[in-house]
Design a protein around this ligand. Structure first.
Ligand code: NAD
Ligand code: UDP
Length: 315
């Protein structure tokens, strides 16, 4: 049994990480300021003897007593509309917040895990994206508050590794979806599902030919924990290489939900990446990890979870 500190643990991905760690017998201290997360995401484990929730902003430090074996740092807004609305919170959590999380790991000689992102590749000119590609990021564009903050987070993590000898693991997470993706968080899967369920127009941005590769959350979390458990430094891409256009995604969502929705086209956000697909050779060879859930199956599970929540726009 190990004692994990999970920042952002009441968010979408973080809450599944907490569930998985508790299920296998670890102890978890979840730190979250509920900026974009929800308390109900952790309802099922609050009260468990091996789970503690601390409501706190990691920018002010991580108020953890007792031993720490692993720090998993997932705190950060992740949905584009949310990080665009909260640029300074986003910059702070990945700079000051990452520093505070690294300091906690250093103090305890713990392993440090960073939830980085495919956004470090920006609008990639190399396809699929391998970890040795340095990316194509607009440093002054609106998305840079997230992209550059995560790039800085990776830099800071590598500095602690090089200068302090801290054991670190950096995961580059590609678009992840599944139950607990907040219906109103503005990401494409939640938007399309809620719109389809309400027979409202499905809002495809641009011409809909841009691509993304979607990973179901149980696969993603298995990969993240495999990296946290390993001694690998990375960065390592953790995502599903299946690549879909947004038009294809809209059609699959309409089919699964048997919706009467029509597709409408809206302006493409500034600097929206054109293509995105992970090369996962490193995750396969170093972690023995590969995704198992294909898009239709994962969307069906997500749809069922939304049905049970009676999802409407704005919820
Ligand atoms: P999310 O918004 O659901 O979860 C983020 C959590 O961090 C929330 O619970 C939020 O309240 C918390 N948080 C934010 N700032 C904080 C702070 N200063 N102090 C304490 N808690 C704070 O997003 P998610 O999709 O679960 O993403 C989790 C992590 O994975 C993020 O670091 C994100 O950048 C990364 N990631 C996610 C995806 C994806 O597709 N879901 C893709 C790439 C990277
Ligand atoms: N998108 C869309 N309609 C929406 C929301 C998003 O067409 O209602 C597009 C968006 O422009 C992007 C892709 O879907 O090309 C994925 O967007 P998301 O915000 O989920 O994540 P990103 O990969 O851009 O961070």
């Amino acid at each position: 049994m190990a004692r994990f500190v999970v920042t952002g643990g009441s968010g979408f991905v973080g809450s599944h990480v907490c569930d998985a760690l508790i299920a296998r017998g670890d102890e978890v201290v979840c730190i979250d300021n509920l900026l974009t997360g929800r308390r109900e995401n952790i309802d099922q484990i609050v009260g468990h003897e091996r789970f503690t929730f601390i409501e706190a902003d990691v920018v002010n430090g991580l108020p953890v007593d007792g031993p720490v074996d692993v720090v998993m740092h997932l705190a950060s807004p992740a949905s584009p509309p949310e990080y665009l609305r909260m640029p300074f919170e986003t910059l702070d959590v990945s700079s000051i917040g990452t520093r505070k999380a690294l300091d906690l790991a250093l103090e305890h000689d713990a392993r440090f895990f960073l939830a980085s992102t495919s956004e470090v590749y920006g609008d990639p000119l190399v396809h699929p994206q391998r970890e040795d590609y340095w990316g194509n990021v607009n440093p002054i564009g609106p998305r840079s508050v997230y992209d550059e903050a995560k790039r800085f987070s990776e830099t800071l993590t590598m500095a602690y590794h090089r200068y302090h000898g801290l054991s670190v693991g950096i995961a580059r997470i590609f678009n992840t979806y599944g139950p607990r993706l907040r219906p109103a968080d503005g990401r494409v899967v939640s938007n399309f599902l809620v719109q389809a369920m309400n027979n409202m127009p499905i809002t495809v941005y641009g011409d809909g030919l841009q691509t993304r590769s979607f990973c179901y959350v149980s696969d993603e979390v298995r990969g993240l924990i495999a990296l946290a458990d390993s001694a690998e430094t990375g960065p390592i891409n953790v995502g599903n290489p299946g690549e879909f256009t947004m038009l294809e995604l809209a059609e699959i969502v309409i089919e699964i939900t048997r919706s009467r929705s029509e597709i409408v086209f809206e302006p493409l956000p500034t600097d929206d990446p054109t293509r995105r697909k992970p090369d996962i050779s490193l995750a396969q060879s170093l972690l023995g990890w590969a995704p198992e859930v294909e898009l239709r199956e994962g969307l069906r599970h997500t749809y069922e979870s939304y049905l049970s929540q009676q999802c409407h726009l704005g919820s």
